[in-house]
Design a protein around this ligand. Structure first.
Ligand code: G6P
Length: 608
């Protein structure tokens, strides 16, 4: 998704802006640009395509100490040079970058009258409005910004500079993250911590409805009515600067192999062996509150939603509290009934996904209590929820989620143990569950050791056009994420179906050319699932069984078997899921795909 970087200070701005853009690359983008104020003039360069194209267009040296940069992920208008940000005012005295969407762009353009637009974007209108307001009111850029924003309908993270105030950057936020980085004799801003962490560890998050002025020596934040906003800084914990591919070809691969450590980090300090339960400090719920919960509703998008679906099944089966998961956007648009005794849980790696944030606010507006399961410390969702559990997965750079997904499942396992022990689960069973969770990292390491075998199966089927992922109850949620991973990074059409639904439609598409990945955990439903395997075999489809069972019928029926270590049902999904990640990864590599930045996708979707 779009990214913003801004710099003012004692150093040359352009190299810092380009470096910042590179650090934002992982979010997904299709064009990029920078603007600086040099010798009292705004100078702008932009290009569609990768940052290297932009760099090739820059002059050898750019003497400027203040500037802004942007990576664009097209929403309004194709990914062309003209549509790339920054966008200048007609007289080229000011320039802006914008993340988000301006919904009333037509009304704003009508009001502005006769302007020659250089792009098809909604964002460009901001530059013209600011310039028009500065001329009309004879005011500074920050005053114009506050005035213009009262007329904007939509979402924005904005950075703007002008030739009149050559050291100053103006920032604004509503619904799209903007973070200020405090340096010594220099100030930065970005839409994402990863672009700042090389330069500073001291950051300030802007909140919605705030406008900031940065100069090399400091910052001032005001609200739209010009009253001062009280802000405090926080120190970054993760050292994002050291995070790289770890010597591998792709971040995704590193993130897959990181997972034993990820789970260890997520559960560390949270296993309460004295009472055989989980210890989760940030919940803001005491045991009495836990007992009041009569229903749990989990909300998220993409892989976070699928983690939520797995989590719902873990929590419900251990605690017997009715629990389900729903796409955050669907939930918020259906005018949901918010119940006093329902616990709402939002799940998000980035903590910035627009729909998940909007659902959080809608629930809170109606008086509901929202818990957040979030990876990114200090992100908007983390700051706005009523209680929370950090995932501690560390940075995740590849667009397709792997280790964050597994960390989400680990948090849900902890929550399931906590709610289970608050209700039916005995201390003995509690101890077994803690042990299962504690052993999960080693079992994930055993799955990683199956890589060559899994890669050979993936290579065999990489040329297929379509694949099915089949599972029953909890195994269906594993299938959903398995199909998601394959389609995201290999572009093979992949669908997940509950085993029981196969004969109600999809079986019509099952042929010798559609590999079927069947998730077969050892359980009382195994025999039933073997029946499904027979149905698939009868249509000559290649069957890949992913199982922790040693039932010999599986070996007879399946063309290939990925046998993972046996584990408690609480962690089965987490362990089998890793095998499916490796399968998707090798399919994508075999097809030569851009594994870390798949087409059309963004890491953090901060627009609706
Ligand atoms: C995007 C990413 C997915 C991610 C989803 C939710 O679509 O491409 O990988 O699962 O957003 O992101 P979140 O940060 O809320 O977990």
């Amino acid at each position: 998704m779009c990214g913003i970087i801004a710099y003012t200070g004692h150093q040359q701005a352009a190299p810092i802006l380009i470096d910042g853009l590179r650090r934002l690359e992982y979010r997904g983008y299709d064009s990029a640009g920078i603007s600086v104020v040099s010798r009292k003039k705004v100078r702008t360069w932009k290009a569609s395509g990768k940052i290297a194209v932009l760099e090739s267009r820059l002059p050898e040296s750019i003497n400027a100490n203040c500037g802004i940069g942007h990576t664009r992920w097209a929403t309004h208008g194709a990914p062309t040079d003209e549509n790339a940000h920054p966008h200048n005012s007609a007289d080229e005295t000011l320039t802006i970058v914008h993340n988000g969407i301006i919904e009333n762009v037509d009304a704003l353009k009508a009001r502005l009258g006769d302007v020659e637009y250089q792009s098809e974007t909604d964002s460009e209108v901001l530059a013209h409005l600011l310039s028009h307001t500065m001329d009309l009111n004879n005011c500074s850029l920050v005053d114009a910004m506050r005035e213009v924003l009262t007329r904007i309908v939509g979402t924005y993270g904005i950075a703007a500079i002008s030739s009149a105030e050559s050291e100053k950057i103006i920032l604004a936020r509503s619904g799209s993250p903007v973070i200020i980085g405090i340096g010594e004799g220099e100030m930065l801003a970005a839409s994402d911590m990863s672009a700042l962490s090389r330069y500073t560890r001291e950051v300030v998050h802007l909140d919605d409805g705030e406008v900031a002025e940065l100069t090399p020596d400091g910052f001032a934040v005001t609200k739209l009515d010009a009253s001062p906003a009280d802000k405090s800084s926080m120190t970054l914990v993760n050292n994002l600067e050291d995070y790289d591919r770890g010597g591998y070809d792709h971040y995704l691969y590193r993130e897959i192999v990181d997972q034993p450590d990820t789970v260890r980090r997520t559960i560390s300090g949270r296993l309460d062996k004295r009472f055989n339960t989980a210890h989760l400090g940030g919940l803001n719920m005491d045991p009495r509150d836990l007992l009041q919960v009569q229903r749990i509703k989990i909300l998220g998008c993409g892989s976070a939603l699928y983690a939520g679906m797995s989590g719902a099944s873990m929590i419900e089966s251990l605690s017997r509290i009715p629990c389900d998961a729903e796409p955050a956007a669907e939930f918020r648009y259906r005018n949901p009934v918010i119940e006093a005794n329902t616990l709402y849980i939002v799940v998000s790696q980035s903590g910035e996904t627009f729909d998940t944030l909007a659902a959080t606010r809608e629930i809170q507006r109606k008086g509901g209590f929202v818990l957040g399961i979030v990876n990114s410390v200090g992100s908007t969702i983390a700051r706005e929820v009523d209680g929370g559990i950090y995932m501690h997965a560390g940075p995740e750079v590849s667009v397709a989620s792997t280790k964050a997904f597994t960390a989400m499942l680990s948090v849900f396992a902890l929550l399931a143990i906590l709610f289970g022990r608050a209700r039916d689960v005995s201390p003995q069973r509690g101890a077994q569950l803690l042990k299962a969770l504690e052993d999960a990292p080693d079992k994930i390491a055993d799955v990683l050791a199956l890589e060559t075998h899994i890669a050979s199966i993936a290579n065999k089927h990489a040329k297929c056009h379509s694949a099915f992922f089949i599972g029953r109850t909890a195994a269906f949620t594993v299938a959903l994420e398995g199909a998601q991973k394959l389609k995201e990074i290999s572009y093979i059409h992949a669908e997940a179906y509950p085993a029981s639904e196969l004969k109600h439609g999809p079986l019509a598409l099952v042929t010798s050319k559609t590999p079927c990945v069947v998730i077969l955990p050892e359980s009382e439903l195994l025999e039933k699932s073997l029946g499904t395997l027979e149905e698939i075999k009868a249509r000559s489809a290649p069957v890949i069984a992913v199982t922790d069972s040693d039932n010999s019928r599986i070996d007879k029926l399946a063309d290939d078997v990925i046998r993972v270590p046996r584990s408690d049902e609480l962690v089965q999904g987490m362990i089998m899921g890793v095998a499916l990640q490796i399968y998707a990864y090798h399919s994508a590599v075999a097809l030569g795909r851009d594994v870390d930045q798949p087409r059309n996708l963004a890491k953090s979707v901060t627009v609706e």
